[in-house]
Design a protein around this ligand. Structure first.
Ligand SMILES: *[C@@H]1O[C@H](CO)[C@@H](O)[C@H](O)[C@H]1NC(C)=O
Ligand SMILES: *[C@@H]1O[C@H](CO)[C@@H](O)[C@H](O)[C@H]1NC(C)=O
Ligand SMILES: *[C@@H]1O[C@H](CO)[C@@H](O)[C@H](O)[C@H]1NC(C)=O
Length: 297
C-alpha cells in the first residue's frame, strides 16, 4: 500500500464519515441532498451522486446502483433511510430519480452493447447477410457486387474476399455501427470512404471502422463515456445514442488521420492511441457532449 492509497483509505473510511456526520448534524441535510442543490443537472451532479451511493456504508443505499433495481423504489428507500421528507426538500426526489435513471440507463445500454458485440456475424443468418449487402449498396450505389464472395469487398475496406471473418471481436456491433453511419449520415460515410482511398494517406475503411467500434466499446466499458450520456439525456440512452457516438468517433478519426499525414498504414497503431488520448481528454470536461457537426441535418 502506498502513502496515497493509505490516505485514500483513511479518508473514505474515517474522515469522510466524520465530515458527513458533522455536516448532517449542523445542517440537517445529507450529502445526497447537498449534491443535488449544489450542482446543476448534468454529468457532474450524476457522477457525484453515483460516487456517493457507491461509497455508502448502508447496503440498502448502495443497492440503488444495482442493475434491475426499480428507480422509484430505490428513491423511496433512500428517502426513508435518510429521513428526508418530501415537503421539506421537494426537489430532492425528482432530482435523485433523474440521476438514478441516467445511471441505470448507462448500465443497461452497456449490457445491450455487450450482447450485440458477442453476437458473431453468421453468414447463415439471412438478416446478417442482408445487412452486409445493404452496407455495400449504401456505400457503393453505382457499383454492383459481382458475387457474394469477391475481391470487390476490399473497395470498402474489408480484408479478404468475404467480410464475415473481419468482424471478429466486435461481432454484430461492428456491422451495426458501420451500417448506421452509412444509412443515417450517408454523405459523411461516403466522404470518409473516399478519404480512405487517398493515394498517400489511404486506409481500409471497414477494418478501421470496426476498430473504432472497439474504441467506442472500450470507452463505454470503463465508464469514460458517462460524461457524454449524462449530459445528453435526462432519461435512458439507447442504442441509437451509442451509434451516434460511434459516427462522431469515426468521422473525427478520419479527419485526425488525414491531418497527421501518416507515412503509411503502419502508423495506425500509434495514431489510434494518440486519437484515443485526445478523446479521453475531451471527456474529462464535465460539460461535454460528443456531437458531430453533421448531426443536425
Ligand atoms: C478507459 O479506456 C481508454 C481507452 O483504453 C483509456 O484511454 C482511458 O484512460 C480509460 N479510462 C479509465 C478511467 O480507465
Ligand atoms: C432512441 O431514442 C430516441 C429518442 O430519444 C428515438 O428517436 C430512437 O428511435 C430510439 N432508438 C432506439 C433504437 O430505440
Ligand atoms: C484495433 O487496433 C489496435 C491497434 O492496432 C489493435 O491493438 C486492436 O487489436 C484492434 N482491435 C480491433 C477490434 O480491430
Amino acid at each position: 500500500m502506498t502513502w496515497h492509497q493509505l490516505w485514500l483509505y483513511i479518508y473514505f473510511s474515517f474522515l469522510r464519515g466524520m465530515i458527513k456526520w458533522f455536516l448532517h448534524k449542523v445542517t440537517g441535510v445529507c450529502e445526497l441532498q447537498r449534491i443535488c442543490s449544489k450542482y446543476n443537472v448534468g454529468a457532474k451532479r450524476t457522477k457525484k451522486i453515483e460516487s456517493c451511493l457507491k461509497h455508502s456504508h448502508t447496503a440498502a443505499v448502495k443497492k440503488a446502483l444495482t442493475n434491475g433495481e426499480r428507480v422509484d423504489e430505490a428513491v423511496a428507500n433512500i428517502m426513508a433511510i435518510k429521513g428526508i421528507h418530501q415537503d421539506e426538500d421537494p426537489q430532492f426526489g425528482p432530482y435523485l430519480t433523474a440521476c438514478l435513471t441516467q445511471i441505470h440507463g448507462y448500465k443497461n445500454l452497456l449490457a445491450e452493447v455487450e450482447v450485440t458485440r458477442k453476437t458473431p456475424y453468421n453468414s447463415e443468418n439471412q438478416e446478417h447477410e442482408n445487412m452486409l449487402m445493404q452496407l455495400w449498396e449504401l456505400l457503393m450505389p453505382n457499383n454492383k457486387l459481382q458475387s457474394r464472395i469477391t475481391k470487390q469487398w476490399s473497395d470498402i475496406g474489408f480484408q479478404g474476399d468475404d467480410p464475415k471473418t473481419d468482424f471478429r471481436g466486435m461481432g454484430m456491433l461492428g456491422l451495426n455501427n458501420l451500417l448506421f453511419f452509412s444509412s443515417q449520415f450517408n454523405a459523411e460515410a461516403k466522404q470518409t470512404l473516399s478519404h480512405s482511398h487517398h493515394p498517400k494517406f489511404g486506409y481500409s475503411f471497414a477494418i478501421v471502422g470496426i476498430n473504432i467500434t472497439n474504441m467506442a466499446y472500450t470507452l463505454m466499458l470503463n465508464g469514460t463515456l458517462r460524461v457524454h450520456f449524462y449530459n445528453l439525456k435526462q432519461d435512458m440512452p439507447n442504442m441509437t445514442d451509442f451509434h451516434r457516438v460511434y459516427c462522431y468517433l469515426l468521422f473525427e478519426f478520419d479527419k485526425f488521420w488525414l491531418q497527421s499525414k501518416p507515412k503509411d498504414v503502419m502508423e495506425f497503431s500509434r495514431l489510434r492511441d494518440k486519437f484515443q488520448k485526445k478523446i479521453t481528454k475531451i471527456l474529462k470536461d464535465n460539460c461535454v457532449i460528443l456531437e458531430g457537426e453533421f448531426f443536425k441535418e
